[in-house]
Write a protein that binds this ligand. Structure first.
Ligand code: ATP
Length: 240
């Protein structure tokens, strides 16, 4: 089953074409790695799909429905959640209160009977390393990213976008993230992850999409794309 499809998705900022006619597909159960050099347009592409910064042209289809230009709130209600490269929490809220906002506002009324218990389960699920009543402003970046993930999962997504979840992680924290990604996937949630850490990409992604200067240069099975000379040249820096 096709979860998400983009057709010629384009985003321009004035004279800059940050995303240039990108067409791609995510199938049920996929863990797709979105790779490409810095400034390639990865975050802009994800923003254009998830509603944060709507596309200039092109089409987004989510579970067969045209969702082009819908707001983040509308996309969330339809089953698309995301995490951010730089999480921006509510600083004066505790961890559990932050997750509760998503639990309460990210689901249709009545879906979550007990938001406290549900949020606690989400924090457990992502193996949140701090007490649930810690203030968000006291968390470091790695802990904030874990909280961001719990918040994203609290709205029962069918598709999850993750923006550089693993940057700055130690070797041990990286294997924690791999385990958590596996748990998310086993729940039937499809994943698109922007990531620079090839160790993680190669271990968890079944497919890759590579963009450069806003244009798709490769899409397909992980090994195939990773070995594509255009990708090695663009992303890893050596083709010859
Ligand atoms: N709001 C904006 N206004 C103008 N230009 C923008 C805006 N957002 C992004 N850009 C530009 O669009 C291009 C793509 O940026 P984007 O952040 O999507 O790249 P990226 O692949 O996610 O990079 P990185 O890996 O460094 O996070 C860059 O040239 C960037 O400067």
């Amino acid at each position: 089953m096709i979860v998400l499809e983009t057709q010629n998705l384009t985003k321009q900022f004035g004279g800059l074409t940050a995303v240039n006619a990108v067409s791609m597909t995510i199938n049920q159960g996929d863990i797709v790695g979105l790779i490409g050099p810095n400034g390639a347009g990865k975050t802009t592409f994800v923003n254009a799909i998830s509603g944060l910064n709507p596309p200039t042209s092109g089409k987004v289809t989510f579970f067969g429905e045209d969702t082009t230009g819908l707001t983040p709130e509308q996309m969330c209600k339809k089953g698309l959640s995301r995490t951010f490269q730089i999480p921006s929490p509510f600083p004066k809220m505790t961890a559990i209160e932050s997750v509760m906002t998503a639990s309460i506002f990210g689901n249709a009324p009545g879906v979550v009977k007990d938001p406290v218990q549900h949020s606690r389960e989400m924090l457990d699920f992502v193996e949140f390393p701090m007490a649930e009543d810690v203030l968000s402003e006291q968390l470091n970046t790695v802990q904030l990213k874990r909280l961001d993930l719990a918040r994203a999962l609290a709205s029962h997504p069918k598709l999850l976008f993750m923006d550089e979840m693993a940057s700055g992680l130690s070797e041990g924290e990286l294997s924690d993230i791999m385990r958590i990604l596996d748990k998310i996937s086993r729940k039937g949630i499809s994943i698109l992850m922007i990531e620079h850490i090839m160790q993680l990409i190669m271990a968890v992604c079944n497919r890759l999409l590579c963009i450069q200067f806003g244009t798709k240069i490769a899409e397909g099975p992980t090994q195939e794309v990773a070995n594509d000379p255009r990708v090695t040249k663009a992303y890893l820096g050596s083709a010859d």
